[in-house]
Design a protein around this ligand. Structure first.
Ligand code: F6R
Length: 607
């Protein structure tokens, strides 16, 4: 979703901003802009719709500045136009503002204070910058006080990460945060601001995290943080981001998605090395295990692909740790909470660690005093900071909007945690499960599938490129993988795809099958293999083009994709790979932008 970059005091400010915005492209956006100024009173505002490349061309080589702010916008209030792109400015062109988030009471504020102001956009953000101007001119306040006064009027439900610049203080950026992620980067002779550290790794690897309600004054040689009560924060410790800027490059790959699919065997090996000791026993913080052991039920809360990984996790926790587990969609849980057990423990699954729907649940359960763990790919992300415990996915940056390696890493980390819990209680299903060996087999199996990816390219060309719908079916964890497989296909190929519990087809869904409709059966569990095959036959009898993804030991003549055998709890780690590749090739063969599917954003920071 929207991205923010800012730099105070660097003669290369324009390039830093443009490079930063390019690094944020993966998050999804539809317009972008920058405002830069220098100490000689020169300033420039440039905004464009579409790709950052358009903005870069418009900026050219002649524009210079030492400080500035930049933004990628994912439209919420108002259409995709240059006028609605950020930065927004006050009617006297004194103040410039970028904003991530949503201001809930902007219409009331506009009506109350700004009836005689001239607006150029339909955004909630413009109301905020005009209000700053209102207080600066009508009540004779300096920029900082006018901004603080404005912030005090925003409805508490509003979310924001703001950067404000005042032409009269060209090397100062005022920053405010509530609910939307924002970091301050500590540079050499300059300081930077960003909504995601990946945007500024060329400048610094050391960042300060901000809390809700923080107000920061960023200058080239100083960073002054004031907390929500107005007190100066003296000892905020920086954290170091251990990612090489080159980790975020595509290298020779045409798309990040293919690179990330290919990286999965290594992610499995990395997780094994990070979490399992030489004897294959998980090394997990004892406090975390103790905290979970006190719970009578686990609640996994997540969205999209992460929710699908949670569904697979239920089986792992119930089998190895023998703890009843529920899995919930975050956006539903937040406003339609089920009756909780007496001692619940919450697990948040989130690649980005920033998903607003999940965070809403976390805020509520924190208020209720329940303990939680976040399993995420991003250290120091909001969910990680606000829950009691964190386990990292160690998958490296995931840039493509369609999540692949984070999904398999989430399942592997759930398996590691479930085994650790089961080991602690000497539960046979955990102690007898050689996870180290299994993750090794998974890694090798993944490698075999990605090495033979051309088979999926051919299947895609033969049956999917011209299809307008497709279905994945399976039972148990194969059904959960069907949900994820269908999501992958629909989000990047725009084919209407659904995952179904194969036994449910006959209760209505089978009416959708027509001549040539692709139906992919996922068959990895011996107790349901025959049933899923029968359900597939029922679709063939009605004209479907049936395709199978089957584990070797359950395969038969005529099966299409055979994946190596691993323990039945871990088969999703392999059966999902052909589905990821099928989605990738279908998007590619349709000539679509694989990494940036329409309407989608990587990090979904609005509810
Ligand atoms: C789909 C996808 C999304 C995310 C969802 C949650 O490929 O990536 O469905 O899984 O938006 O995001 P995180 O995991 O960052 O909380």
């Amino acid at each position: 979703m929207c991205g923010i970059v800012g730099v105070a005091g660097n003669k290369d400010a324009v390039n830093i901003l443009i490079n930063g915005l390019q690094k944020l492209e993966y998050r999804g956006y539809d317009s972008a802009g920058i405002y830069v100024s220098d100490k000689d009173g020169q300033d420039h505002l440039i905004k464009r719709t579409g790709a950052i490349a358009n903005l870069k061309n418009a900026v050219g080589d002649d524009i210079r500045g030492t400080s500035g702010i930049g933004h990628t916008r994912w439209a919420t209030h108002g259409g995709v136009t240059v006028e609605n792109a950020h930065p927004h400015f006050s009617q006297d062109n004194r103040f410039y503002l970028v904003h991530n988030g949503v201001i809930e009471n902007y219409e009331e504020l506009k009506a109350k204070y700004l009836s005689d102001f001239t607006f150029t956009s339909q955004t909630d953000t413009e109301v905020v910058v005009q209000l700053v101007d209102y207080f600066a001119t009508k009540e004779n306040m300096n920029a900082k006080d006018a901004f603080l006064k404005t912030l005090s009027l925003l409805d508490s439900g509003s979310s924001y990460a703001f950067q404000l610049m005042d032409r009269e203080e060209p090397d100062t950026i005022y920053v405010a945060k509530n609910k939307s992620p924002l970091l301050i980067g500590i540079g050499k002779d300059c300081n930077v601001v960003c909504s995601d550290s990946l945007a500024m790794l060329n400048v610094t690897h050391d960042f300060l995290e901000l809390d809700d309600g923080d107000f920061v004054t960023v200058r080239p040689d100083s960073i002054e943080i004031q907390d929500k009560n107005g007190n100066l924060v003296e000892n905020r410790k920086p954290f170091h981001v251990d990612i090489d800027a080159s980790d975020t490059d595509k290298g020779t790959y045409p798309y990040y998605m293919l690179k990330e699919i290919d990286e999965q065997p290594n992610v499995m090996r990395k997780l094994s090395a990070e979490y399992l000791n030489a004897d294959g026993i998980p090394e997990i913080e004892p406090e975390l295990l103790k905290s979970i052991k006190q719970a009578d039920r686990l609640y996994i809360v997540a969205a999209g692909t992460s929710y699908h990984a949670g569904l697979v996790g239920k089986n792992l926790f119930e089998t190895m740790a023998q703890i009843p587990t529920e899995v919930h969609v975050a956006s539903e849980f937040a406003y339609n909470m089920p009756l909780l057990s007496k001692n619940p423990f919450f697990i948040f699954l989130s690649q980005s660690g920033e998903t607003a729907d999940s965070r809403e649940v976390l805020v509520n359960i924190n208020k209720a005093g329940y303990k939680s763990l976040t399993i995420t790919n991003v250290a120091n992300s909001t969910l990680s900071r606000e829950s009691n415990y964190t386990l990292l996915l160690h998958a490296g940056p995931e840039i493509s909007v369609a999540s692949t390696k984070a999904y398999t890493a989430q399942i592997a980390v759930e398996a590691i945690l479930a085994k650790a819990l089961g080991e602690a209680d000497q539960i046979k299903e955990a102690t007898e499960f050689n996870l180290k060996q299994q993750l090794g087999l998974v890694a090798t199996g993944m490698q075999t599938i990605v090495d033979e990816k051309e088979v999926l390219n051919k299947l895609s060309k033969d049956y999917f490129v011209d299809a307008n719908k497709a279905f994945y079916i399976g039972r148990g964890i194969d059904y959960f993988v069907s949900l994820e497989s269908a999501l992958k296909l629909k989000e990047i190929s725009y084919i209407h795809a659904e995952g179904f519990a194969s036994g449910e087809l006959k209760h209505g869904t089978i009416a959708l099958i027509e001549n040539g409709t692709p139906v992919i059966g996922i068959i990895t569990q011996s107790n349901t293999a025959g049933l899923t095959r029968s359900n597939l036959e029922e679709t063939i009898a009605r004209g479907s083009k049936a395709i199978t993804i089957v584990t070797k030991s359950l395969s038969k003549d005529g099966d299409d994709i055979i994946v190596p055998d691993v323990n039945s709890m871990l088969t999703p780690l392999l059966s999902v790979i052909p589905a990821q590749l099928l989605a990738y090739y279908t998007s590619l063969n349709k000539g679509l932008d694989v990494d940036h599917p329409r309407n989608l954003a990587k990090s979904v920071t609005v509810q």
